[in-house]
Design a protein around this ligand. Structure first.
Ligand SMILES: CCCCCCCC/C=C\CCC/C=C/C(=O)SCCNC(=O)CCNC(=O)[C@H](O)C(C)(C)COP(=O)(O)OP(=O)(O)OC[C@H]1O[C@@H](n2cnc3c(N)ncnc32)[C@H](O)[C@@H]1OP(=O)(O)O
Ligand SMILES: Cc1cc2nc3c(=O)[nH]c(=O)nc-3n(C[C@H](O)[C@H](O)[C@H](O)COP(=O)(O)OP(=O)(O)OC[C@H]3O[C@@H](n4cnc5c(N)ncnc54)[C@H](O)[C@@H]3O)c2cc1C
Length: 627
């Protein structure tokens, strides 16, 4: 109810207005509105904030830069920079991606050369492709960066390390000497974020600015490794784990709320010619578009909760020096981020399209969501690259499964029990335990199939790296299959252990079955090819899905209402709680800047001569048409 937090209509603002408004609102919320324990905003308001603010700034500052100080800094470095960053007295970003490289980190070209005489690092972008490009908050906001650069001592390269580099003056905010920095220009979304470029030429920083939890450089230039160097990639794991809830589950829930509510209101066409026009939600085709996406919200939410718990447990172990869980966590977080962002972004577009013409209007609130979700497929690890990382781990585990009993998320790779499906009715295929087994079997076969193909190629003389490249599509499919079995399995477990009313558990179980069956029916080629289902059972799977659509239709609006988004959060003429779609659309359009005058003078000047000629002809004064 705080008017300072109410959204102005984003579509009627310029990019610079949105950038400035997002910064005002973010600082107001984080520094004025929210109670704080130390730096951390706490209390129910924080949860509301994550749902409420459509555009806020300092995502990277808060979500990446500060956590990196904690992960990569020594206690002294944390004591120095954390309080400043936590209180926004310095603004930072995570500057890793370059104009020429984003996925292949070993190809990064920015270098930090140790100058023993002055005990400093000299930072350089040796050529244009080395320029940092994309980091959020970097173009106009940040005055510091956590710069990921190649450490060089006496000509020897030591790999990517993190350096604290000040880029703007803390009084004037002007770029410091040797720093060329700015905004990278208009993007598909994130209009309020100043993703930036950063060109560094002979910028000097003290030796103490190398974040030294994992390695350090002594004054004489001696390099000391202090831990598992893979932990240098830890910030990416943490963001991948956390972004699923924030940037995939939440936006998809908003899109589903809008589309389902609108579909309950929008009447178009007839089912029974003798009856009145029906709400489009009565069309099974519409239910088939919307309800599996609603189910995805819940299943991705449950799976993400499990992944966050796994990351939390791993973090406690790392504090004790045990990094043994890292390979599995990296593979799972990479695969989950890739597969759920793929599903989420596709799902948001499916439900947008299901709203017809008004779904194409920014007044629906849907283009904002769809465009923003598309970015989740690219940032924090491009999806294909992430799926291949996941597949790399699966292939290794499949080899190990031949001699060891595996545990954790890959346990099923060493399960050699009979997994044939005995389903005789579509009801059998709605059973959670049957759906879990089907997904485990499909994943196991997909991993083994990809591995076998590569082994055969290598046996026939193909170099391993070429076999890997040529089988990439099979490897990606194996990664997807692995994640799907993880999402279905964790969701079934989560729901079974949930203490809630029987009616709620029934709905959640139906949604879980719908999600699993929709995935089976969308990938039935795999399920038949790997002998998981017969062709007849595939028919049953389709019947099972359609039956669930029918069962869930009466509760569809109630289910999305349970996400509890206010109208101000949704900013949607189609998804407002009162359902007054047409009045809201008309009111929204009238507020458009284009309509602030009845005649648009700038364009009228071009049209005026022709209109006056037409007027004269119609009033009998003008010459006949030139044509
Ligand atoms: C409060 C929280 C809020 C959260 C919400 C956030 C909202 C966010 C919204 C918007 C903001 C967007 C923010 C975006 C930021 C960015 O995009 S930052 C930049 C992201 N960039 C990447 O992800 C780069 C991807 N590339 C890589 O990670 C690597 O290049 C690679 C692809 C993994 C390849 O690595 P490498 O070259 O080393 O080669 P490999 O041989 O494949 O790997 C070697 C071994 O290392 C293991 N490995 C690789 N990565 C990791 C890791 N991250 N953790 C642990 N281990 C890792 C790999 O498995 C190999 O191991 P093996 O040899 O045993 O098999
Ligand atoms: C909105 C947004 C915010 C961002 N924020 C930040 C930030 O704050 N900080 C930061 O450092 N970066 C940030 N990034 C950059 C982001 O991390 C990179 O864009 C991302 O890692 C992808 O790398 P790339 O752009 O080099 O794509 P590329 O890797 O060049 O991808 C191009 C194509 O090559 C394919 N490809 C690449 N490698 C392989 C491979 N090994 N095998 C098969 N195919 C491959 C990809 O699949 C893709 O199809 C952001 C990006 C976006 C869009």
């Amino acid at each position: 109810n705080d008017t300072s937090m109410q959204h102005r209509n984003l579509n009627h603002m310029t990019r610079e207005e949105r950038f400035s408004e997002a910064m005002r609102r973010t600082l107001y919320a984080l520094k004025v509105l929210l109670p704080r324990e130390g730096w951390t905003p706490v209390g129910p308001e924080m949860k509301y904030l994550a749902r409420a603010i459509k555009e806020f700034t300092f995502i990277i500052h808060a979500g990446v830069f500060i956590p990196c100080i904690m992960s990569y800094g020594t206690n002294e470095q944390i004591a120095k920079w954390f309080p400043l960053a936590a209180d926004f007295r310095i603004i930072g970003t995570y500057a890793q991606t370059e104009l020429g490289h984003g996925s292949f980190l070993r190809g990064l070209e920015t270098i930090a050369t140790y100058d023993r005489a002055n005990q400093e690092f000299i930072i350089n972008c040796p050529k244009i492709t080395a320029m940092k490009w994309w980091p959020g908050d970097m173009g106009k906001s940040a005055n510091h960066v956590l710069l990921m650069a190649e450490l060089v001592i006496d000509g020897k390269k030591y790999g990517m390390h993190g350096f604290m580099v000040q880029i703007r003056d803390l009084t004037t905010h002007e770029p410091l000497p040797g720093v060329t920095v700015g905004d990278i220009g208009a993007k598909l979304s994130f209009e309020s974020v100043d993703n930036g470029f950063l060109y560094l030429q002979n910028v000097r920083i003290p030796r103490e600015n190398l974040l030294s939890k994992l390695s350090e450089v002594h004054p004489d230039g001696t390099y000391i490794k202090k831990g598992n160097q893979r932990l240098m990639y830890g910030s990416m794991v943490r963001v991948r784990v956390n972004l699923i809830a924030h940037e995939i589950v939440m936006p998809l829930a908003k899109a589903c709320t809008i589309a389902v509510r609108y579909s309950a209101v929008r009447r178009q066409g007839l089912i029974n010619p003798s009856k009145e026009e029906v709400p489009v939600l009565d069309y099974v085709a519409q239910q088939h578009k919307l309800l599996p996406q609603v189910a995805t919200v819940f299943m991705a939410h449950f799976a993400a909760k499990q992944l966050v718990k796994m990351h939390h447990d791993y973090s406690l172990e790392v504090e004790k020096g045990n990094t043994s869980q890292l390979p599995e966590l990296h593979a799972l977080s990479a695969g989950m981020k890739a597969c759920l962002s793929e599903q989420g972004a596709a799902g948001a577009e499916i439900v947008r399209r299901a709203c017809g013409g008004h779904g194409y209007s920014c007044g629906s609130g849907l283009p904002f969501i769809v465009n923003r979700m598309l970015a989740t497929c690219t940032y924090e690890g491009e999806n294909t690259v992430m799926q291949l990382q996941c597949a790399r781990y699966l292939i290794k585990c499949a080899d190990q499964a031949k001699k060891d009993k595996l545990t954790g998320s890959v346990w099923y790779l060493s399960d050699f029990s009979n997994m044939s499906c005995t389903a005789q009715t579509f009801g059998d295929l709605q059973e959670p335990s049957v759906l879990v087994k089907l997904h485990e079997r499909r994943a196991k076969c997909a991993v083994q199939h990809a591995g076998k193909k590569m082994q055969n190629m290598v046996k026939n003389g193909t170099p391993a790296h070429d076999a890997w490249n040529m089988m990439a599509t099979l490897l990606i499919n194996a990664a997807r299959a692995h994640i799907m079995q993880y999402v279905v399995g964790t969701s079934v477990t989560y729901i079974s252990e949930l203490s809630c009313s029987a009616s709620l558990k029934k709905i959640l179980t139906q949604l879980c079955a719908l999600y699993a069956l929709h995935n089976i029916n969308s990938n039935c080629g795999d399920f038949v090819k790997f002998g998981c289902l017969t062709s007849a059972q595939c028919d049953l799977a389709q019947e099972a899905e359609f039956n669930l659509l029918k069962q869930l239709r009466p509760d569809a609006v109630g289910i999305v209402d349970s996400f509890d988004f206010t109208d101000d959060i949704l900013q949607s003429c189609l998804g407002a709680y009162d359902g007054n779609v047409y009045e809201r659309l008309f009111e929204w359009a009238k507020q458009a800047p284009m309509n602030k005058t009845e005649v648009h003078q700038d364009s009228y000047q071009y049209l005026q001569p022709y209109l006056h000629e037409g007027r004269d002809v119609l009033e009998g004064r003008g010459r006949n048409s030139k044509l």
